[in-house]
Design a protein around this ligand. Structure first.
Ligand SMILES: [Zn+2]
Length: 232
């Protein structure tokens, strides 16, 4: 998870939200009809704006959604307990089916909104695992509720992704060591294109909109400084 800048939602949704809140003022017991809303063009526009905001990746697990499953609208504060926020764009996120199902109607002060707070202050990735920084409660809650380390398919995808980078990194490091251990020439220039390529790739894949970008960032970004030393 990483922080995402919220875009402006569809105007039609803002109107719907206002209309809904006005009807609640008249009858506080009303329940939002999400199913009916789901058939409207406003829902389509909303999901498209959220997709743009999250660049097609799940707000929680960072999987590219369309390649694995259909996107869902996640109510950060669940509509069951916060019906007044059902059509409030600031309460809506872009999520994969698995995360949406896992979070369900769970909500408490430990749950982190990727558009309001910086999740990287609470969760870091070590290898393919999400780890709560200093064992903090909010990080642990997010990892447990979303089952970030328990979902076999998600873990497998992450490992596959990570392995590509690890393999290339290890190859570069052993090539550097081999050259530096040579008796005669210690010229690393032959490795420069490989090192540059690796650095570019890590920088690119750590960016918002790339699958598992936070995992790549946390595992490899600090290694780039070391590699850059060899480019001097
Ligand atoms: Zn997800």
């Amino acid at each position: 998870m990483h922080k995402v800048k919220r875009n402006k939602g569809p105007i039609k949704l803002m109107n719907k939200d206002k209309e809904w809140r006005d009807s609640l003022k008249i009858n506080i017991k009303l329940k939002p009809n999400w199913e009916e809303f789901s058939k409207t063009v406003i829902k389509k526009e909303t999901i498209s704006m959220l997709e743009d905001m999250y660049k097609g990746c799940c707000c929680y697990c960072e999987s590219k959604i369309k390649s694995t499953s259909y996107p869902e609208i996640e109510h950060f504060k669940p509509k069951t307990f916060y019906p007044e926020l059902c059509f409030d764009y600031t309460n809506l996120h872009y999520s994969c089916k698995r995360c949406n199902l896992a979070k369900g109607s769970h909500y408490d002060d430990n749950i982190i909104s990727p558009s309001e707070e910086n999740p990287e202050e609470y969760i870091q990735y070590i290898g393919e695992l999400a780890v709560s920084i200093d064992n903090n409660k909010r990080g642990n809650t997010m990892i447990d509720v979303l089952k970030l380390n328990e979902r076999a398919d998600l873990k497998e995808e992450r490992i596959k992704y990570l392995n590509e980078f690890s393999k290339n990194y290890e190859l570069i490091v052993s090539a550097i060591e081999m050259i530096l251990n040579k008796e005669d020439s210690k010229d690393l220039s032959i490795l420069k294109p490989f090192i540059c390529n690796f650095i570019d790739n890590v920088e690119l894949k750590s960016k918002h909109g790339e699958s598992y970008c936070t995992m790549i960032k946390h595992n490899f970004l600090d290694k780039l400084d070391i590699l850059m030393e060899f480019l001097k």
